[in-house]
Design a protein around this ligand. Sequence first.
Ligand SMILES: [Mg+2]
Length: 205
Amino acid sequence: MIGAIIGDIVGSPYEFANTSDIRFPLFSKRSSYTDDSICTVAVADALVRGSDFGSTLREWCRRYPNPMGAYGCSFNAWLHSNAPRPYNSYGNGAAMRVAAVGWAFDTEAQTLRAAMASAAPTHNHVEGLIGASTVARGIFILRDMIEPTFNCRDIDSLLEYHTAWIGNGTSRHRAYLTRHARDVYLLHSRSAVRQMALKMRYAKL
Ligand SMILES: [Mg+2]
């Protein structure tokens, strides 16, 4: 979870001004926590207290109403609704807040169930659920430094995800991902990631 928050702060100046330079500065005066950190903390808090994911997310996000990057329109409406209902989002919001789930359970099945439960109050579309469970599963597997079975297909999946989400993949990107794949994610399945990446590209979230 601390890694997720550091990543959020490092990436914050580039959310709406992307860079393809892999040697970008990690911190600057423009760096701050965003909605991603607040939602990540809320999910962790729900796990620790055993409270409901939806109401805990609303509690934390209402407490911090104007983070850098801002809440998405639909999420913001959900936050302030008197009768909040899941709105079938297939954006990345469920995946970006799920980190703590990857650390909270002893089995992969429990991890996947909790990841989906943390997504469901807002991202109840199948792609939203897959996004959350993919990231949580990656953390669950990598946290014990179990040797992941990365192979060419995994690297291709990462590259495909990266290309659809960030921009054109290059041989430099591929070399970088090959070196660092272990530190990023272990992906759920190639087809699930392809579907998620395509949805994200079309949704432009
Ligand atoms: Mg965000």
